[in-house]
Design a protein around this ligand. Structure first.
Ligand code: GLU
Length: 474
């Protein structure tokens, strides 16, 4: 059914929660593989678990994919809108004798399961209804008739061939009493109907794959290629979970990460290309392959993600960066509408902020009417002698002609002032920094001062001096 040999991949999340890091990596690999081969990337929402699937989760997943730029070419398809297809297909299997109705009750099955465990046997459906030729009744499920002999080999593109003994495989339920398909059945029908050529997914599904291959064969479908990607672990080698940090993709947006950083980080969780760490999207599309996906689980390293984020912040054009910071400023109570000022502010911060959130917090001082003074900073740098220094330098800036109020001009004033008063440059700069920003840590003073503008600088110095006098530092 493939479209003239064209590669078709899919991401098939169950909408039972947000898009997490592992799911996003699976989506990314499928997306890149399709793009690399000029193929097609399909999004399918596996929402047949009615109790756990929610519309909010679907929306959260779509939002996260969009944020990451993982654009799909077709879908989203919803399995709940395809129920008729599964029902018809299952009936065909029954008619061909490859599946059968089963009326074993859950309590009965549970009893048998416990008994098997107690006797040290692997629990397995005992085939009680296998040869009863039952017909459809409201309480019947449909089970697939597993061959029970021979072996099924998954020719995995990452793990190599993995052999499963068919004897180990149950006569699995493919349709539930409520007329909904089970995961293994729906996934096969859909992957075949949607002409998926390459199934790339987490290796927690590897054990499902032989069952799925048997279903493909029973249905007369072509079996796709499979690639099972190793898990993502935390630093302690346990499966990645909340205690290792945020696992939701959108939590990273909220923490001020750029999607480019997350994409770059995710792709390296399991895939490598020499020792290159930083990839543009175009490079990823040109280089991504499954041969270079490792067999060992990948370990999640938040510091590396932060490092990449800092890299992408530095690279981001100021106008674009400003748009990203604006919502974070808003959250801090600053409605920033002056795009030119915003771009200037982010340029001041670009070299130092690791996240957009940090950038917003570290630049809030630009937008306030009254600087929030850090008490310790005031005590240390806006006392006695220092306060006179700030006052005097303020007067110097006030007398600086507008055309000389440049980074260079400001620096000259500071240097000359330091030489004339016999002070270290630092002892001139720190009181000013505290006066202008409220703290001892800020972007370079000349940047802060040009961005704030002469008027504000003079005003802030005056206010700081008044404040310092008021709180009794002199
Ligand atoms: N809905 C399944 C999941 O989210 C999809 C598995 C698959 O890709 O086949 O795990």
């Amino acid at each position: 059914m493939s479209e003239n040999g064209r590669i078709i991949t899919r991401f098939a999340p169950s909408p039972t929660g947000f898009l997490h890091i592992g799911g996003a990596r699976t989506a990314l690999f499928n997306f890149l593989y399709a793009r690399r081969h000029d193929g097609k990337f399909i999004l399918r929402i596996e929402d047949t678990d009615q109790l756990r699937s929610t519309d909010e989760s679907t929306k959260a997943i779509l939002d996260a994919m969009t944020w990451l730029g993982l654009n799909w070419d077709a879908g989203p398809f919803f399995q709940t809108q395809r129920l008729e297809i599964y029902r018809e297909t299952a009936k065909k299997l029954v008619a061909a004798g490859k599946a059968y109705y089963c009326v074993c009750q859950p309590e009965e099955l549970e009893k048998k399961r416990k008994q098997a465990l107690a006797e040290g046997r692997k629990p397995k459906y005992d085939g009680a209804c296998r040869d009863k030729s039952l017909t459809a009744t409201p309480d019947a499920v449909i089970r697939f008739r597993c061959p029970g002999i021979g072996a099924t080999v998954v020719g995995d593109m990452i793990k190599g061939p993995v052999t499963f003994n068919n004897e180990e495989l149950d006569d699995l339920v493919i349709m539930r009493q409520d007329g909904h398909p089970t995961y293994n059945f729906a996934v096969v029908v859909d992957d075949a109907e949607m002409a998926i050529t390459d199934v790339i997914r987490g290796d927690d599904h590897l054990n499902n794959t032989p069952r799925q291959i048997l279903l493909y064969e029973a249905l007369g479908y072509a079996v796709p290629r499979f690639a099972h990607v190793p898990m993502i672990l935390g630093a302690d080698k346990a499966r990645l979970s909340k205690r290792h940090g945020a696992t939701s993709v959108m939590a990273y947006q909220e923490m001020g990460y750029l999607p480019e950083a997350l994409v770059n980080y995710l792709v390296r969780l399991g895939w490598s290309h020499g020792d290159q760490e930083i990839f543009s999207l175009a490079e990823l599309i040109a280089f991504f392959d499954l041969e270079s996906v490792g067999k060992a689980p990948a370990v999640f390293n938040p510091e590396k993600l932060l490092w990449l984020n800092q890299h992408y912040i530095k690279e981001c054009p100021p106008e674009k960066l400003a748009e990203l910071v604006i919502p974070f400023w808003k959250e801090l109570g600053h409605e920033v509408t002056d795009r030119r000022l915003a771009a200037q502010v982010v340029t001041d911060l670009r070299e130092r902020a690791k996240t957009i959130k940090e950038m917003a917090a570290g630049s809030a001082f630009y937008f306030v009417n009254d600087v929030a003074f850090d008490e310790a900073a005031v005590k240390k740098f806006l006392n006695g002698d220092h306060i006179a220094t700030a006052e005097a330098s303020g007067l110097l800036f006030a007398s600086l002609a507008e055309e000389n109020y440049t980074k260079e001009g400001i620096e000259n004033v500071l240097r000359e002032f330091a030489v004339r008063t016999g002070k270290k440059l630092k002892d001139v700069a720190q009181p000013l920094r505290v006066a202008l920003t409220g703290t001892t840590v800020s972007p370079p003073l000349d940047s802060v001062m040009t961005t704030l503008g002469k008027q504000k600088v003079i005003e802030r110095i005056q206010k700081a001096v008044e404040y310092a006098k008021r709180v009794g530092q002199v």
